[in-house]
Design a protein. Sequence first.
Length: 395
Amino acid sequence: MRPPPWLDSGTLGRDLVLAGASLAGGLVLYTLGWQPQVRPDADMPSALFLPPLLAACVAVGLRRVAPRASLAVGTGALVVDTALGGSLGTLLVYTQVLYDACVYGPPRLWRWLLRITVTLSLIGVVVGVLVHGQWSGAALGVLVVLVGLLPVLTGISVRQYRDQAAAERARAEQTARLVELDRRQAVSAERARMARELHDVVANHLSAVAIHATAVLSVPGLDRGQVESALRVIRESSVQGLAEMRQMIEVLREPGTGGEPGTPEVVTARLAEADGLVERARAAGLAVRVRTDGTPGALPVGVDLAAYRIVQESLTNALKHGTGEAELTIAYRPAEVVLTVENPVRRGGAAGLAGAGAGLIGMRERATLLAGRFTAGPHDGRWQVRAALPTGEAG
């Protein structure tokens, strides 16, 4: 059976119920005649011990809302009760006040209480021995330890456990926030990668299509052979773009989501297929000279794909902005592969092109992700794109 909400942990209702229970227990002890324990004056009415008991119970009710006030009221009640002779009920309720002051009060409060109770315990031992003249008088100090020091130590232990639990919760929340930030960064990085792939797959082929379609529409008097040649390039670029688009979609798909049994594994674009890029660029009207230095070898998958895309984007830019010729150099070195594409640039050729600059950004990002080097800009009167991609094989 679940208690009502006003009795939940940390509520004022629970504190008031605890204060009421303490008062009821003290009254039971008073009714049974168990208090006061000491009555210096036999004619002193027992009812005088009830106000200190009530004040100590009020201090219990204030334990959360005003820990300092609770301790002050409870200590005053104990002093008055002790001056009257001392009663068991008030003494027991005061141990709860000390415990609550350590648990709910500020850190400085429990530190002071620890010092004071330790000091009073030592004083009680010394005074008891001096008064009784024998070591059995140390029992007075033991009483101070039970009533004062023990509740303080218990409250400090509970507070430390609670503080540790709160720190663990805060650390868990911080870890959850960091995980969420990492997830968002991973999503952003994946979106950027997909955007880069889409640009490289689609924009390059569509650029060739647009250039040849514009040529067919803008140049009058083309014979049938020239028109068929331009349409053939347009068709090849479109088919190749669709094929690469489908290839990328297959890579992004999870296994078993629509693929047929026995479907061959998708082969990503690689630098070894650069000859196809060169042939398509030549068919589009770009005179490409290719030079290979070193011995071609197997490259890591990421390097292979990045090299292919950089060559593809560089040749496309040379076709769009150049004067119709380009030079491609692929240098295989012991620890890296270096790609260099140079071409003359038309004056004002890059003005007004949609998406101008996106290709350079994509190439630079590919090289940076692989811890490589990338430069692009004028060089000896020509436009040069140079990328050095590490292969991880030290010579």
